[in-house]
Each structure stands twice: as C-alpha cells, then as structure tokens.
Design a protein. Structure first.
Lengths: 128, 266
C-alpha cells in the first residue's frame, strides 16, 4: 500500500486508482531502438521510426562513434495519454555518456518513434 | 543579476521529463486529443489534471522564491508575503503529491510542462505579482473550484477537502497580488498599465480560444472517474464566486468569460 500520510499507526485513505504500468511492447520497442542506435544500425532504427523523425534519428545514429557504447539505461519516462516520452543514457568505457529522449506511440500494434532529441549536455527539451 | 531564468535551470531530478508546450501539444494532437491540456472527457483526466496542478505548485513555489530573491529592494512586507507564499506552495505541492498517490499516480508519470514558468518572466515585481498572483492563481481558483465539484459528484471527501484547503490559500494569494500590484505602482499609471497588460496576456493564454465559460453555462459530459460515472463540465470553467472572494471585480470576470475575443496563444 502506498504511504499516504506517514502515519504508521493509522489506516489512512486507500488509493482509489491503480498505477498504469508501461506496456511491455513499448519497453521492448525502446530496447530495440536503443540497441540499434548503439550498434550504429541505422536501417533497424529507421524501420521503427516515422517519417517525421527519420532525419533526427539518422543525425543521432551518425553522431555516435561505432562500437563506443555498450550499455544503455532508460533513466526517465513520462506519458502523454498513450504516447511515452523516454529519456535514455548510452555509456561505454572510453566514451562520454550520450543522452537521448524520444517519444513512442502505438499504431496498429506497432510502437514507432515519433520524435527523438539529442539531450547530451542538456537538461531538458526546453531548447529546441 | 539575471532575473528571468529559463525553465530548465530549475532543479529537477534526472529522471524527470520536462517538455516545451509545443512537444506536449504535438503528442496530444497525434493522438486525436485537444491540443492544450487533459480534458474532462479523457480517461486519465483526474490523474493528468492533478499531475499538472502538482507541477504548477512546484513552479509557483519556485516563482515566489525567485521573486523574493530577485527584488531585494522591494518593501519588507512584500518580501514577507512572498516568503509566506513559498511556504504555502510547498504545502500545496506536498498535498498534491499525496493526492497523486491516492488516485493511483505518482509525480513523474506525465511530463512537466514549462508554460506556467513562462508566465513568471517579468522584470518588474508589480508585473510579476500581477501575472503570477492574479493571472495564474486566478486560474488556479477556476481549476480548483471545478475539481471540488467533481470530487463532490464522485462522493470523495479526500479530494474535495484537500483541494478546498488549497483553494483557500490561493484566494489569499490573489488578494496579495492585487494589493502589491496597486501599492508598487502607486503614482505611476504607466507601470500599472504594463503590469495589467502582463496579467491580461496570461489570462488570454489560458482562455483556450475563448472556450471557457461560467459554471452555469458550461456543457456537461458523462465521465467514468474511479468506480463511478458522473456528469462533469466539458471544459475548464470560470469560478465567479471564488474569484469574487479573491477580489476580482465583476467587470474583470465578465472580460474573462467573454474571452476578449482572442484565441489562445498556445
């Protein structure tokens, strides 16, 4: 039960709603995208990216040194209705951490990238 | 001294997603939703609305603190009022964090927008309080009054009383804003006019294309909230009674209802 009041000896109000868990297919799509980018596999990354974000995904894939990154971590997630914004960091032994933020949306059962942004050395998507 | 700091200078945890309004709007439009905000007819309306308010409370706390810091030469009583507002907003943020848990959400489930912070960008303390205390806190009166009615229809005293408690503070903040807007511009009609124009630009921004109306005139829709299906307003209403309590004039409220004949700026 979530702590609703730090009153250990009192039964406070109980939650009236359930937390929405992120869809497993969405998380799998994120993993697929990050793996493709990390390996410089532009064709796979593009295959799951809508037309509007293709240029950006190409720019980001080209910005990464091939073989420099071997790990990724999704560090942030926020949804707008059924679309998910994810923030992820790619790391490698001799490479500066690379941070990207992208939005995934589902269409006919397939999760695709709707926008992507290089957030390295930036804190947010405030600056376009 | 830099008085107008961009939103991404605000301290936020790394896992937090902060977005410009444009990106948020694009995501909503692509899903066939109203561009500006979560609307009462959406499934996640209550969670998204509480989340937006919670983010607003954090930014309001930061804005009042920033105003205190930015204008060290302002009257001592003004500084005291701003300090008190920081304390009020921090309690509000805490209340909304608990309400988010209560409805099955958590802070960070949705991205945080920057549009409220953009309304704090004024160099003059008179304009700052006109925009934040009268513009944004006036909007808060509208949103909270509607939320209280929704909670009443849900039969949920937790949300109803929590939000009513916060609304009482917001009314005080609007009154503070009116007082300082007048006092700081005393004998300087030009400065008063500029502060008023800044507030009007904010009222206009949140007028949603002239789509807001009074509680009495609002359309209604059926919506499932939690276990119950209730009838709620189809858009964000203007809370005449709460605004009158806060010291807005009938004329000001009528201008809001008429929407100045302009469309929303975002």
């Amino acid at each position: 039960m979530p702590d609703l009041g730090e009153r250990g000896n009192v039964m406070g109000p109980q939650p009236i709603g359930k937390v929405v868990e992120p869809p497993a297919a969405m998380l799998a799509a994120a993993a697929e995208l990050l793996t493709a980018i990390m390996h410089g596999d532009l064709a796979s990354a593009e295959a799951m990216t809508t037309q509007q974000a293709r240029e950006d995904i190409a720019r980001i894939t080209h910005a990464l040194k091939p073989g420099a990154y071997d790990k990724y971590e999704v560090i942030g997630r926020g949804r707008v209705a059924r679309h998910y914004f994810l923030k992820a960091r790619l790391t490698g032994i001799n490479a500066q951490p690379f941070t990207i933020q992208f939005r995934l949306g589902e269409d006919a059962g397939k999760w695709t990238v709707r926008e992507v942004l290089n957030l390295t050395d930036r804190r947010s998507a405030w600056t376009k | 001294m830099q008085r107008m700091i961009p939103v991404d200078k605000l301290a936020r945890p790394e896992d937090h997603i902060l977005l410009p309004a444009l990106r948020m709007r694009n995501a909503r439009i692509e899903q066939g939703l109203a561009a500006s905000n979560a609307m009462p007819y959406e499934d996640d309306f209550l969670k998204a609305r509480l989340h937006g308010i919670c983010a607003g409370e954090f930014q309001a706390m930061e804005a009042a603190g920033r105003t205190l810091y930015d204008f060290p030469d302002a009257p001592w009583e003004f500084q005291l009022d701003m300090a008190r507002q920081v304390w009020d907003e921090s309690r509000h943020a805490e209340i909304y964090l608990k309400l988010l848990e209560y409805v099955g959400s958590y802070y960070g489930e949705f991205p945080e927008g920057e549009v409220l912070w953009s309304c704090t960008q004024a160099e003059d303390p008179a304009a700052r309080v006109a925009g934040i205390n009268r513009g944004l806190e006036g909007l808060a009166c509208d949103v909270f009054e509607q939320l209280i009615r929704i909670a009443q229809k849900m039969g949920d005293p937790i949300i109803e009383r929590s939000v009513d408690y916060v609304l009482a503070d917001e009314i005080t903040h609007v009154r503070m804003g009116s007082k300082w807007m007048r006092q700081l511009t005393e004998g300087d009609p030009e400065r008063f006019k500029k502060a008023q124009a800044f507030q009007e630009s904010i009222d206009d921004l949140f007028n949603f294309g002239g789509g807001r109306t009074t509680v009495e005139q609002a359309g209604h829709i059926k919506q499932r909230v939690g276990e119950k299906e209730i009838e709620i307003d189809s858009g964000i209403t203007i809370a005449r009674e709460a605004r009158l309590l806060a010291g807005f004039t009938e004329e000001e409220i009528d201008r809001l209802v008429k929407g100045f004949g302009k469309s929303a700026a975002y």
